[in-house]
Design a binder for this molecule. Structure first.
Ligand code: A2P
Length: 319
């Protein structure tokens, strides 16, 4: 069944639906129903990752909707991500095969390196020493990228890309790539709009995929005093003026910018209302107004666990 979602053309000619369902923090017991609801509502793009610990349950929902005849595999765009403990080149293919098995798929539409920084292989997903400090691996992400490329030729993935890479790191990948990254999936919302990274990536034909577009209110490290994007009085005023919810406004903001956007929800009504953003537009003035909400310290997902890692993307880099 075709969907009315607009698509963005990737540099390799494939297209990606501009809105996808996020599944980070969706509990295994909730995510199957959420993905089924999303597909019924019209979502055709599901964003997954091995580290989310729920790919089997996402796969159950995909299989159910294909078996019911609601969609065919080729109607769906499924993304997953290589976790930090599998960066060593000889581990990359096996990690993908695990994800494919969990999701019950023969191929992925998109496989991303989840983070540039590698962790010690072979143990926990967040391996730590006796002081709780992350145990690192010295694998360079450019070597991981070289191991991602053959997966395309094998037909196991259609496109490959990056996530949480800063400008310098994207450039290093581009310098050695024989298969170019199609997207950089990064945190992106009005408090942290990634304008500079977006402009840089655009120069190279690389799209921006916006994660935590709602300001990730369920991020585990949120403090009560942190600013709450969805309650921002200025955003509430804009939403009231347009007769929309704040969530719809900030999601539409990404659509206007040409980004791909990944709202997470496990609630059917919110999954539906987050998708209901194609019957209105934001004016250029409103987009500029939202642009002005960007804050120097607006990042909500800093990945403090691996501060000190030589390839940490955010610790020392401008953008
Ligand atoms: P829930 O899953 O219960 O709907 P982000 O996509 O930025 O990571 O944000 C996800 C968080 O936002 C989750 O806590 C999710 O809760 C909540 N959420 C999703 N959609 C909406 C919405 N339309 N209004 C308010 N909160 C939402």
């Amino acid at each position: 069944m075709a969907s009315k979602v607009p698509v963005v053309k990737l540099l390799n000619g494939y297209t990606i639906p501009q809105i996808g369902l996020g599944t980070w923090k969706s509990k295994p017991g909730e995510v199957t129903q959420a993905v089924k609801d999303a597909i019924d509502i019209g979502y055709r793009h599901i964003d997954c990752a091995h580290i989310y610990g729920n790919e089997r349950e996402v796969g159950e929902a995909i299989a159910a909707k294909i078996n019911e005849g609601v969609v065919k595999r080729e109607d769906l765009f499924i993304t997953s991500k290589l976790w930090n403990t599998y960066h060593r080149p000889d581990l990359v293919r096996g990690a993908l095969l695990t994800t494919l098995k969990d999701l019950g798929l023969k191929y992925l539409d998109l496989y991303l390196i989840h983070w540039p920084q590698a962790y010690k292989e072979g143990g926990d997903n967040f391996p730590t020493d006796e002081n709780g400090k992350i145990l690192v691996s010295d694998v360079d992400y450019v070597d991981t990228w070289r191991a991602m490329e053959p997966l395309v030729g094998e037909g196991l993935v259609r496109s490959i890309g990056l996530s949480n890479f800063n400008k310098r790191q994207v450039l290093r990948v581009l310098e050695i790539a024989t298969v170019k990254p199609v997207t950089n999936q990064v945190e992106c919302h009005p408090y942290f709009n990634q304008a500079r990274l977006k402009a840089f990536c655009a120069q190279h034909g690389i799209t921006i995929t916006a994660y935590s577009p709602l300001g990730s209110p369920d991020r585990p490290w949120a403090k009560p005093e942190d600013p709450q994007l969805l309650l921002d009085p200025q955003l509430v005023a804009i939403a009231q003026r347009l007769g929309k919810t704040v969530a719809q406004v900030v999601l539409r903001y990404q659509i206007e910018r040409g980004n791909i956007v990944l709202p997470k929800s496990v609630n059917k009504d919110r999954i539906a209302s987050n998708f209901n953003i194609f019957d209105f537009k934001l004016s250029q003035e409103d987009v500029s107004l939202l642009d002005s909400f960007d804050r120097p310290n607006g990042r909500l997902v800093p990945m403090t666990a691996s501060y000190g890692h030589e390839h940490h993307p955010f610790e020392n880099d401008e953008y």
